[in-house]
Design a binder for this molecule. Structure first.
Ligand code: ADP
Ligand code: MG
Length: 285
């Protein structure tokens, strides 16, 4: 065996041992909101998201979850530390390939469903006919094709949130960030939207980061759940669920689902009490 072949084999073995490079890396990232009384929202945080992973974040209200999403997405800058997306530094601009779905219903009431979805490509360089194809596909994919001409006010809360997901989908994101997207929905709709999200994750191959206050949602949907402490937020536990890629909300009857949810709650209970004591219920956004 030549030295070159030997070297190449060693490189392969090494690559297998360390796995593919992460999609997103946070290193010692912090965020302090300045002011008369500065708010330390995020304590030094390290995080790697693996390609194609479904990662969820749970944590007490006001602990810094949305702040984490802000700095990770490039919507906001960290006070210190570095964020990289596919190996490139993220610096105050949302990189191409990153899609964000917000917690509140962010559909535009004055636009039809089709125009709401098409808005996702408004500032892109995608040619008009390709845009049209993508919008049609996203409408079909999210079960909105029959409502393309309707206005958000004519839709249920779950459907409006589908519109927001479809608007992100047209940009073909490889990383989808969702900040409590189903918070305002009733329990049954939430479970069904979870199934939709799993389908989207499987079919697009995207990496997903989901922020949720619902422990059952995190336990059911994720490959891995990061548990955050009370503010200043940092990860105090990482729970691997071990679910197969083919899964849906029926796993709530699996005994392991109960174990995972119980572990999340046992880690969160003390933190939530601490958060309530420190700032009263309802802190954060
Ligand atoms: N723009 C801001 N200016 C000052 N404080 C903020 C700002 N945004 C959030 N905070 C504070 O930072 C902390 C973390 O907020 P946030 O990340 O929204 O928490 P979460 O999403 O976990 O509920 C909270 O105490 C919140 O009040
Ligand atoms: Mg939040």
């Amino acid at each position: 065996m030549t030295a070159l072949v030997q070297r190449a084999r060693m490189d392969d073995t090494l690559a297998e041992a360390v796995g593919p490079p992460p999609v997103v890396s946070l290193r010692a990232v912090t965020r302090v909101y300045p002011g008369v009384k500065p708010v330390e929202a995020l304590a030094p945080t390290d995080l790697d998201l693996n390609p194609g992973e479904f990662f969820s974040v749970v944590g007490p209200s006001g602990c810094g979850k949305s702040t984490l999403l802000d700095v990770l997405s490039g919507l906001g800058r960290p006070t210190s530390g570095t964020v990289t997306f596919n190996g490139q530094a993220v610096d105050g601009v949302v990189p191409e390939g990153v899609g964000i779905v917000f917690q509140e219903d962010a559909s535009f009431p004055w636009l039809t469903v089709r125009d709401n979805v098409a808005f996702g490509l408004k500032h892109s360089t995608v040619p008009a006919d390709e845009s049209q194809r993508r919008v049609d596909h996203a409408l079909r994919f999210m079960g909105l094709a029959d409502f393309a001409g309707a206005y958000p006010a004519q839709l249920s809360g779950g459907m409006r949130q589908r519109v927001c997901i479809a608007r992100t989908l047209v940009t073909r994101p490889s990383l989808i960030l969702l900040d409590e997207p189903f918070g305002a929905l009733d329990q049954q709709t939430r479970l069904l939207m979870g199934d939709e999200l799993l389908r989207l994750w499987r079919e697009t191959g995207a990496t997903i980061l989901l922020i949720t206050h619902a422990l059952d949602e995190a336990a059911m949907l994720s490959d891995r759940v990061g548990v955050m402490s009370a503010r200043p937020g940092r990860f105090i536990d990482m729970v691997e669920t071990g679910w197969p890629r083919e899964r849906d909300s029926s796993i709530v009857s699996d005994p392991r689902f109960g174990e995972i949810t119980a572990r999340l709650w046992s880690r969160l209970r003390a933190e939530s009490l601490r958060a309530m004591g420190a700032q009263g219920p309802g802190g954060g956004r």
